[in-house]
Design a binder for this molecule. Structure first.
Ligand code: NAD
Length: 542
């Protein structure tokens, strides 16, 4: 199943929509891409691409049999049926991790998951849109870029960031900080993850202990050189130790998978291996340790904030976890979207990604070249493309992510279609995105909406339905991504562009609908900038 997709451009399915989705599905579970492919875990704690081994085989088989006017239904990672619909309809629709609201808690979910009835899909894991660390890299770079602008005169040069986690998404942090000129110390408890990131050049050096880590950081800060240092350790313990030495980082955050205190977070006070054993031997005790640890961890973050560091929650719900464990002061820490990224979404600008289904890097480089020419005046876009070309290795299928607005995305759909018609690309391309603009998440993307609509979950459902009727190749509606079960509802979409008129028409319409929904949601919440965009694009019904 994990054969490398490489050079293969032969169709195994009855159309490119099905074929593209099959390749994306396999790509999600490629050992170069997924964190624990043998457990079907792609990233983000236990974010899975499929329910179980049987579902994997059935998804592949169904996709290969699927006609061009049929739709495959997937319920939390398990294929459950095929309906005849229309060539305009999606080839795959999914609902994932959803529970009736009153039952939507971690404990109920885990009980149902143990019985094989559901699976945790994170955000892009279950809808097969995960492309590896690059997927969140520009979002991370933009977050640190905003921090640099707001607090440090536009650059992180000569500043240091303390953070943790070198997992699927969290390992975008070192490059995200370096992109802004800063120095970062990343604490990761699992040594194998540190080695993997060093191998992929996502982090520059590994310190053998805290003293060495701090020495490397201080040296790079003094020289004002970008630098990333990984330290094997438990973040709760290391943060406290740094505090006790009266050292003050300029910025402090955390990106352990703290949204899941059982499978995503390693408590302090015990070794990594002891924690893994305890988790299966006595999950209740493990959770008790985790709750105590998360309080210790977040107390240190709050203390850094009180001493003057810029501290923020990086989308893993660590504040809520600590507050629920008995430390309400945790909620004083601001969240990264409301603090730094909201205006991007008001402008309809967000993470957009394209994947070369041929498996050939040249297809991505050809599109890169077009972007560099098309947007040469836009230093943000051109600079970004050059940076990722130089620094980011492809994982699995070659892919690119770039934060683009509506017009830029529509233009890109047109360029890719033209390239396919002219034979400049070896095979069709999948267009997809993160769930950041299509999500209800009161402790992340929709925190502090001006009209108080943080917990209203109608928007991502409307977004998913709209993408389906607009002609996306895959549409998913899920819950629990980023911040854990019960805390978010979100929707994913993918559209395959193959050079045909129909695919081009569908891709242009979906792009418009998808970005339009993001603008509309923010306009409705009361953001003047989003309202101006909504008026410009004629999106408002009143
Ligand atoms: P992951 O499970 O792949 O990696 C988490 C890492 O944290 C692991 O390597 C783990 O060993 C490490 N870790 C756990 N406890 C630790 C501790 N006490 N000290 C040090 N290291 C510890 O998850 P991921 O994909 O990297 O995502 C991390 C978190 O960020 C998740 O909660 C996810 O939902 C969230 N997330 C945020 C964004 C964003 O844009 N901000 C995007 C995606 C995911």
């Amino acid at each position: 199943m994990h054969d490398h997709l490489g050079e293969d451009v032969l169709l195994r399915c009855k159309g490119w929509e099905q074929e593209g989705l099959l390749r994306l599905f396999r790509n999600s579970l490629d050992p170069e891409v997924a964190e624990y492919p043998e457990e079907l875990i792609v990233y983000g704690g236990t974010g899975r691409a499929a329910r179980d081994g049987t579902s994997v085989a059935q998804i592949e088989e169904r996709l290969m049999q699927l006609e061009n006017d049929q739709t495959l239904l997937i319920q939390s990672g398990k294929p459950v049926g095929v309906f005849t619909t229309s060539p305009l309809a999606p080839r795959v629709i999914m609902a994932g991790s959803l529970l009736v609201p009153a039952y939507s808690d971690e404990e109920t979910f885990r009980r149902l998951e143990r019985r094989g009835l559901t699976a945790y899909g994170q955000s892009t894991a279950s809808c097969w849109a995960y492309i590896g660390v690059q997927g969140v890299l520009e979002g991370t770079a933009n977050t640190y870029g905003e921090i640099a602008r707001r607090h440090f005169g536009g650059s992180l040069r000569g500043r240091w960031v303390l953070t943790s986690g070198l997992g699927g998404m969290s390992s975008a942090q070192p490059l995200g900080v370096e992109y802004n000129g800063g120095v970062v110390l990343v604490v990761e408890v699992d040594e194998t993850r540190v080695s993997r990131r060093l191998r992929h050049s996502l982090c520059q050096v590994k310190a053998s202990n805290l003293d060495e880590g701090l020495m490397l950081v201080q040296r790079a800060v003094a020289r004002k050189e970008p630098c990333s240092v990984a330290l094997v350790g438990n973040a709760a313990e290391v943060y406290q130790e740094i505090l006790s030495r009266s050292l003050l980082p300029d910025v402090v955050t955390d990106q352990t998978a703290a949204h899941d205190l059982l499978y995503g977070y390693i408590p302090p006070g015990i070794s990594f291996n002891e924690a893994i054993q305890l988790r299966s031997a006595d999950p209740e005790k493990y959770l008790e340790f985790s709750r105590r640890g998360i309080v210790q961890h977040v107390k240190a973050m709050v203390e850094f904030m009180r001493r003057g560091a810029v501290v923020f929650d990086y989308g893993n719900n660590i504040r809520q976890q600590a507050a629920r464990a008995g430390y309400p002061e945790a909620l004083e820490i601001p969240g990264f979207v409301s603090a730094y990224l909201r205006e991007y979404f008001c402008a309809g600008r967000g993470p957009f990604r394209w994947v070369a289904l041929s498996g050939k890097p040249e297809d991505i480089y050809t599109i890169d070249e077009a972007i560099l020419q098309e947007f040469e005046d836009n230093t943000g876009i051109a600079g970004w493309i050059k940076f990722v070309q130089a620094r980011i290795p492809f994982q699995g299928l070659p892919a690119r992510i770039c934060w683009l607005n509506l017009e830029q995305r529509v233009r890109l759909v047109h360029i890719i279609t033209e390239f396919l018609r002219e034979g400049k690309l070896a095979a069709p391309v999948a267009l997809t995105r993160d769930h950041m603009g299509s999500i209800a998440s009161p402790w992340r993307e929709t925190e502090k909406m001006p009209d108080g609509s943080d917990a209203i979950a109608d928007w991502p459902v409307l977004g998913g339905l709209l993408n389906a009727v607009s002609g996306a190749s895959l549409v998913s509606i899920q819950q629990g991504g980023g911040v854990g079960i019960g805390h978010s509802v979100h929707s994913g979409m993918t559209v395959i562009v193959d050079g045909s008129d129909l695919a081009a028409e569908k891709a242009a319409r979906v792009t418009y609908s998808d970005v339009g929904m993001c603008i509309l949601r923010h306009a409705d919440a009361g953001y003047a900038s989003a309202r101006q965009m909504a008026v410009k694009y004629g999106l408002l019904s009143h």
